[in-house]
Design a binder for this molecule. Structure first.
Ligand SMILES: [Zn+2]
Ligand SMILES: [Zn+2]
Length: 475
């Protein structure tokens, strides 16, 4: 920019990431730098992020160590304890359970067998994604082989993308430990599954994961061949769309032969992807048929369940109460400041949560008396342990997912847990029931965790460190 003042740039590339580099970057007016400087800032900021991630991982490793020591004191480390630790990290960092487990595994590896990778991360030579790729690649391998793989891939890691690095890691692992690779591949195949995710734009991703490579490749080739034949028939949809529509139609039980346009002459009806060249009439019919097909699959799209909550759950009231509770608890913690150990903080938050629940109790009694389930029946006064179907649907619609803050398990696949156990007088009512998946149902019973339902659908989780997470309808 002519006439604009160009700032003097300190030698960022020569600086190790840390407080000094952070200070320099925070002070730099990026708008006043030349383009070379702007790119230097970009790179320095990424190195700083790597450094920060290594701090996060050290803290995770430290919590892991302390929980192990505590476990040793009272017996042995159990699967439940490892799950609870994972949930603790998940809630603290707002990560999914899977992502938290990956961070935990990575934290342990960077302080154990993969010290060099840890050093590369703290020095900003590689970023967190690349460190994760190396850790992932050698998961379950003996330490010696792991270190050998690390020494093979680490020197080039700074100039490779995470994906390119993953290819190198895989190659190095196959070379270093062919039998182990084979063993792990078979073990991974045992976890093959189909997953579906809702996207923000209202579409859904459907993914088959950890499939045997050969079968997956054969299936994909078949899909391609089928799509190519349909395309050759004159279908105007893009190949991607044809393949996607085919997946849906095949999975919904349509016979491959029925995916082609209706035959004008039976012998021209292509029975398989190895289709003969179509006639022009076939092409026109094909385009019509495919448009119909697309329309049908579009018509079954599910509506957003968040909008379909009915039965007078008083969502707005619950949202307001959740917000007030959140503000009060935050204010309380501000007062406590840094005083008190984990146990004391846990007690304070638990007491505050209980007081809040008591204060709301008269209002809640009124709520319970007025609430009706999805069938319009009053929810109040049900004596049995199992909630009736209408009440179950009401709670599933209210919670949508498992009531643990980071869990996405659909409420319809969860247990309905009595927040205060039924045998301790907890009512079978939406004010005392919440959807919890198996794992978080178990977590709730962990002696160092506390769960309080402050208001129907507003749940306060208190962790072993006295951290708390309040979930409920948002305003
Ligand atoms: Zn109630
Ligand atoms: Zn859950």
């Amino acid at each position: 920019m002519p006439g604009a003042k160009v700032e003097e740039l300190p030698d960022l590339s020569g600086m190790l990431p840390g407080p000094r580099l952070a200070g320099e970057l925070a002070e730099l007016p990026v708008g006043g730098l030349d383009e070379h400087g702007v790119v230097e800032v970009m790179r320095a900021a990424r190195r700083l992020a790597s450094w920060a991630e290594s701090l996060e991982l050290s803290a995770i490793a430290e919590l892991d160590r302390r929980r192990s020591v505590q476990a040793d004191r009272c017996g042995a480390w159990t699967v439940e304890m490892s799950r609870a630790l994972c949930d603790e990290v998940s809630a603290a960092l707002t990560l999914s359970g899977t992502a938290a487990a990956i961070q935990l595994g990575m934290a342990a590896m960077l302080e154990g067998p993969l010290l060099e990778t840890g050093r590369a991360l703290v020095e900003g030579r590689i970023d967190g994604d690349k460190a994760r790729v190396i850790c992932d690649g050698i998961l379950g391998i003996g330490h010696d082989i792991g270190r050998r793989v690390e020494s093979l891939v680490l020197p080039d890691a700074p100039r490779l993308t995470a994906r390119q690095l993953a290819v190198r890691v895989r190659k190095a692992v196959i070379e270093a430990d062919p039998e182990g690779y084979e063993r792990r591949r078979k073990a991974a195949e045992k976890g093959r599954r189909v997953e579906s995710y809702s996207n923000p734009d209202g579409t859904v991703d459907l993914a088959a994961r950890d499939l045997p490579a050969e079968d997956a490749e054969a299936a994909y080739n078949y899909l391609n061949a089928l799509a190519s034949s349909i395309k050759a028939d004159g279908d105007e949809r893009p190949m991607d769309a044809i393949r996607a529509d085919l997946v849906l139609e095949l999975l919904r039980g349509k016979h491959p032969a029925d995916l082609f346009p209706p035959p004008t002459h039976p012998q021209q009806h292509p029975p398989s992807p190895a289709a003969p060249t179509p006639t022009p009439e076939d092409s026109a019919a094909g385009a019509r048929a495919s448009r119909r097909g697309t329309g049908r699959s579009g018509g079954t799209r599910r509506t957003d369940p968040r909008r379909s909550t009915d039965g007078g759950t008083g969502d707005e009231e619950a949202a307001a109460i959740t917000q007030t509770a959140r503000d009060r608890l935050t204010a309380l913690l501000d007062q406590i400041g840094d005083r008190g150990g984990p146990a004391e903080r846990r007690l304070l938050v638990t007491e505050a949560g209980r007081r809040m629940t008591e204060a709301l109790s008269p209002l809640k009694v009124r709520w319970c008396a007025l609430a009706v389930d999805t069938g319009g029946h009053p929810v109040h006064g049900h004596h049995g342990y199992r909630p009736p179907a209408g009440m179950r649907r009401l709670i599933q619609a209210r919670d949508r997912t498992c009531a643990f803050p980071t869990c996405n398990r659909r409420a319809t696949e969860c247990d309905l847990d009595h927040t205060i156990p039924h045998h301790k007088g907890g009512p079978t009512c939406p004010c005392n029931l919440a959807a919890l998946c198996r794992g978080h149902h178990l977590l709730k019973q962990h002696p160092d965790w506390t769960l309080i339902q402050i208001w129907p659908g507003a749940l306060l989780w208190i962790t072993p460190t006295g951290h708390w997470y309040l979930i409920g309808p948002e305003p």
